[in-house]
Ligand binder design. Structure first.
Ligand SMILES: [Zn+2]
Length: 289
C-alpha cells in the first residue's frame, strides 16, 4: 500500500468513525491555531520569530510566561500578554472550526471541546462557551497577581497598546478591583502557584457530566504534540473510560494505539477538510501535495 492510498483509506475510516458516533469531542493543542496564522511557540527559534524583541535579551517562552516575569520585568510581561490578547481578538479562526461545529450539531449528543489553548478561538468561531473546557485557562479573563482572592473577571475593558519593537505595554495595566494590586491573565503559566483554577474547574465538571451521558464518542485530536501532554492525556482517558475512538490529526507524532483509531499526518485545517470531503460519499480524492 503506498503512502497516498494509506492516507486515503485513513481519511475514509475517520469519516466513517464520525458517522457512527453519537458525540464529538474536540481535543485541541497548539497546532490547532497555526492554520489561522497564529504563531507556534514550540522551540526557541519559533518563539523568537514571533517575538523578535525578546531574542536580544535571550528571553524564551518559559521565562516570560511565568508569574515571576510580572514581578521581575513587569512591562515586558504585560507587553507580551497584551500583544497576544490583541492578536487573538483579531484572529479569524480557520475553516476547520466551522466544520467541527457543523459535525457536532448533527450528532445526537452534540459536541464538547477540550483545549490547552488560552486564545479563545473556539468561542470566537461561534462555539457555545458552555461546550468549551480550557484546561490552561483563558487570556480573555483576568485575576489578581497576588492573588488576594479567587475572583476572575473578563478582560473586555482592557484594550492593550503595545510597543512591539520593545515588547512593552504602553497604556496602564489592569488592576485588581478588590485590592488595587496588579492584575494578570487567568492562564496557567510555568511555575505558577497563583493561578485561580475555579473557572476551568467549572468547565471541567460540566464536561464530565456531559461525557457521562454519551454512548459512542469520537475524539478528534488536533495539533497536540507530546511536549505538553495535557491534551493527549485527555484523549486517552476518554477512549479508556468512555469507550470512544480517536482521530489524531497532527503533522508529526500522529501514531495511534489500535487499528480502530486513525492517525492523519497533516495540519488541522487540511485534515478536517479532507474528512468533510469523505463524509457522505464514503470516498475521497485526496492529494497530499
Ligand atoms: Zn487583588
Amino acid at each position: 500500500m503506498s503512502g497516498r492510498s494509506g492516507i486515503t483509506s485513513a481519511i475514509e475510516q475517520a469519516a466513517s468513525l464520525l458517522e457512527q458516533a453519537d458525540a464529538l469531542i474536540v481535543a485541541a493543542g497548539a497546532g490547532m491555531g497555526v492554520d489561522s496564522g497564529l504563531p507556534d511557540f514550540r522551540g526557541r527559534e519559533g518563539f523568537w520569530r514571533a517575538y523578535p524583541a525578546l531574542r536580544e535579551s535571550g528571553i524564551d517562552f518559559y521565562s516570560i510566561a511565568s508569574p515571576a516575569a510580572f514581578v521581575s520585568a513587569p512591562e515586558r510581561a504585560r507587553g507580551f500578554y497584551g500583544h497576544r490578547l490583541a492578536l487573538y481578538r483579531k484572529t479569524v479562526p480557520h475553516s476547520g472550526f466551522e466544520l467541527l461545529k457543523q459535525w457536532g450539531e448533527r450528532l445526537p449528543n452534540g459536541l464538547s471541546v477540550f483545549t490547552s489553548n488560552v486564545d479563545g478561538q473556539f468561542q470566537q468561531a461561534g462555539f457555545d462557551p458552555s461546550q468549551v473546557h480550557e484546561c490552561h485557562g483563558s487570556i480573555h479573563h483576568l485575576q489578581c497577581l497576588e492573588p488576594c482572592c479567587a475572583a476572575i473577571w473578563q478582560a473586555n475593558d482592557f484594550q492593550p497598546e503595545v510597543d512591539e519593537l520593545h515588547c512593552r505595554l504602553l497604556n496602564p495595566t489592569p488592576v485588581c478591583p478588590h485590592c488595587g494590586g496588579l492584575a494578570r491573565p487567568n492562564v496557567l503559566m510555568f511555575d505558577d502557584w497563583g493561578w485561580i483554577g475555579q473557572r476551568t474547574a467549572a468547565q471541567a465538571s460540566r464536561q464530565e457530566a456531559w461525557l457521562s451521558k454519551v454512548k459512542r464518542p469520537v475524539v478528534i485530536e488536533l495539533g497536540a504534540g507530546t511536549a505538553i501532554p495535557s491534551v493527549r492525556h485527555f484523549s486517552q482517558r476518554v477512549i479508556h473510560e468512555f469507550g470512544g475512538r480517536l482521530i489524531r490529526i497532527n503533522p508529526n507524532e500522529c501514531g495511534v494505539l489500535t487499528r480502530l483509531d486513525v492517525g492523519l499526518p497533516m495540519g488541522a485545517a487540511t485534515g478536517l477538510a479532507a474528512i468533510e470531503k469523505a463524509l457522505g460519499t464514503g470516498r475521497v480524492e485526496f492529494d497530499i501535495n
